[in-house]
Design a protein around this ligand. Structure first.
Ligand code: HEC
Length: 134
């Protein structure tokens, strides 16, 4: 009897914990976020609001660009404020320009991943302190 009571008690605790972690933003990793980190977007971009840090690597990701001046990759916490999913999709396929320039990297994953990723980025509307204006 005691064992049964304990088991349901433990199950209750687990359920409460699950609920709590779901409620606190950032604990449950969104599929889009996983695609983001899996596709090495973090080599250039951070998303401070979600505690996604830029990954330091000895080997700098090569720009697709042929020279030109260096642009600091922005924190993408407010990507959804500036762009919708359709634009981000095209942007990531280098079919759209921002300020007359295309993205550094063409997305190499599947079309499905691209959609999930773009939809997810479009939901990010955090206040990101601008480090510097262009
Ligand atoms: C080689 C570095 C690099 C990598 C890797 C990279 N980006 Fe970027 N990204 C940039 C730079 C630099 C900009 C600034 C715009 C520009 O190119 O002029 C930018 C801009 C963006 C923007 C537009 C931000 C805005 O608000 O204007 C989005 C969205 C974006 N990147 C998403 C991604 C995603 C998603 C990935 C991974 C699939 C990725 N980036 C990988 C360098 C990078």
């Amino acid at each position: 009897m005691w064992k049964l009571t304990f088991t349901s008690f433990a199950a209750g605790i687990v359920l409460i914990c699950l609920g709590a972690s779901r409620a606190s933003a950032g604990d449950a990793v969104a599929p889009g976020q996983k695609i983001f980190t899996d596709n090495k977007c973090t080599q250039c971009h951070a998303i401070d609001a979600l505690k996604i840090a830029k990954v330091k690597s000895d080997e700098e990701e090569k720009d697709d660009d042929e020279g030109g001046k260096k642009v600091e990759p922005p924190d993408l916490g407010d990507a959804g404020k500036d762009h919708d999913a359709a634009f981000i999709t095209k942007w990531l396929m280098k079919e759209e320009k921002i300020d007359g320039k295309k993205h550094k990297k063409k997305f190499k994953g599947s079309e499905e991943d691209l959609k999930v990723l773009a939809d997810w980025l479009a939901t990010l509307k955090y206040d990101v302190p601008k480090k510097k204006d262009k």
